[in-house]
Design a protein around this ligand. Structure first.
Ligand code: B12
Length: 418
């Protein structure tokens, strides 16, 4: 029998809804990111399955080019990985690409399964990780909503060599010099409840330290010189970080690595992290003001941030700190004082974003509840996604211009000179 052919694809950006969060200077377009979700699915299929990975998101393909490429492959199974902002492209692809079985997963699936089915998918996969359920689906083609419970320690790690890995090494240095950096995840999920975030799962699943180190060594074997752990929150559990450090010590691992986490952590581990080659930590500060932090429902205080910066700087670990402009409780005085504080606390790579009411966030629901939005814009849009939709700015056009100009001035002020 001919082996089954599975085509897995990311979504093209064409027609995505406008999201003013990230200024152009930082936009992910400057870099290609390996699509770890579909690589993970591909790496966990039965060995006799013929799998093709398409990455229009990184390659910049249009919707019609993506459809042509899918149809050219004549897949038995088409799997689409969809973030919510790309729902317009998803609908087009579901309507015009041909495959006997069409599956959808990724962040959008979590919140809108019924709409995805109505748009032409045979099955929608909900849940943090879907590798086991998708392998089974390729065998049996189940229909409808599939609730996934794949265990993070039961899956093979994403085989980056299914794509041309070297083409994914960063080509430009946006904030820092990226030394043949590749990303991996050591855990998924984040237990915090920040009101602007729609992270899919509040439940954390962690890979065992042995599996984490096996994957790091695999990345080095592909020519990677710097491993970035892009978890939702890699240092929220001290025992996870400790386990990784113990395993590194045992194996004599000493290559540059970095991670994405939070400010509140076991500071007793930071010295060992630095010794192991840990060079940079990415954290969401969001604001250097307790009132604004409270507005965001952020489980941290200015004191926590200050302490965190002191410890990281003591051990020579660079800080990449995400900050959010545009909350309604931001004052003129705060704005004036921010650059000085960033400098005096040694935040080497400040990354300035603008508050955006993402669908399915507490922040957006709050705007509906307090009457700032008179109707549910997202519900209306999701029922009939139009290309390049832009939700109205919640606080009016004058405020929007002011916030954008302020954020641009911060980006300009901290632009790297190299
Ligand atoms: C790494 C990351 C990035 C990276 C790389 C993205 C990439 N190419 O993968 C960068 C920095 C570029 C990025 C950028 C952005 N990101 Co991002 N990112 C993430 C993050 C932290 C991890 C994604 C990941 O690799 N996870 C590990 C893999 C293995 O898991 P996975 O992708 O979820 O895949 C599994 C399942 O979801 C499922 N699955 C996925 N696809 C499919 C398909 C099928 C057919 C099936 C069956 C199953 C399935 O199975 C997979 C394997 O088990 C997530 C948070 C999260 N935990 O999801 C946010 C997240 C996906 N990003 C988000 C956002 C908003 C953005 C930006 C829009 C931010 C911005 N304003 O610029 C941009 C847009 C990027 C884009 N191209 O669309 C949101 C998406 C929200 C939503 N509902 O759509 C998330 C959920 C973060 C959040 N808290 O809000 N991001």
């Amino acid at each position: 029998m001919k082996p089954k052919k599975v085509v897995l694809s990311t979504m093209p950006s064409e027609g995505e809804f406008v999201n003013w969060t990230t200024p152009k200077h930082f936009a992910p377009k400057a870099e290609k990111y390996l699509p770890l979700g579909i690589l993970s699915l591909a790496s966990n299929l039965d060995p006799d399955v013929d799998v093709v990975i398409l990455d229009p998101s990184s390659e910049g393909w249009s919707i019609s080019e993506t459809i042509d490429r899918i149809n050219h492959e004549e897949p038995d199974v088409l799997g689409l990985s969809v973030p919510t902002r790309r729902v317009y492209a998803m609908n087009k692809i579901l309507a015009e690409a041909s495959a006997p079985y069409k599956a959808v997963g990724g962040p959008h699936a979590t919140y809108y399964p019924e709409q995805i089915l109505r748009s032409g998918a045979d099955a929608v996969f909900i849940g943090q990780l879907a590798d086991r359920e998708f392998r089974e689906a390729v065998r049996t083609s189940p229909k409808g909503v599939i609730h996934c419970k794949t265990d993070i320690n039961e899956i093979a790690f994403p085989r980056r060599d299914l794509l041309d890995v070297a083409s994914y090494f960063p080509r430009v240095n946006v904030l820092f010099k990226a030394n043949h950096r590749l990303s991996m995840f050591s855990s998924v999920g984040c237990p915090n409840r920040c009101n602007f975030c729609n992270v899919q799962s509040k439940k954390v699943q962690r890979k065992s330290p042995k599996i984490v180190l096996d994957e790091m060594e695999y990345l080095l074997s592909l020519g990677c010189g710097s491993v970035h752990v892009l978890d939702d929150n890699f240092n929220v559990g001290a025992s996870h970080v400790r386990g990784i450090l113990d395993e590194m010590q045992m194996r004599g691992y000493h290559t540059e690595w970095s991670g994405r986490g939070q400010t509140r952590m076991d500071f007793g581990l930071v010295g060992r992290m630095a010794e192991s080659g840990f060079k940079r930590i990415h954290v969401g500060f969001e604001a250097l003001d307790d009132g604004i932090l409270q507005f965001f429902g952020k489980n941290q205080s200015v004191e926590d941030i200050e302490k965190f910066c002191g410890v990281m700087n003591k051990y020579g670990i660079d800080i990449l700190g995400y900050l959010i402009s545009g909350s309604p409780v931001e004052t003129e005085e705060y704005r004036r004082s921010l650059p000085g504080r960033i400098r005096s606390w040694g935040i080497k790579h400040p990354f300035f974003n603008i508050l955006f009411p993402e669908p399915n966030t507490e922040y957006y629901r709050g705007l509906l509840r307090d009457g700032t939005y008179k109707k549910d814009h997202w519900a209306e849009y999701m029922a009939n996604p139009t290309p390049n939709f832009e939700i109205p700015y919640p606080y009016g056009e004058a405020k929007r211009a002011e916030v954008l100009a302020y954020n641009d001035s911060l980006v300009e002020e901290f632009k790297k000179k190299e």
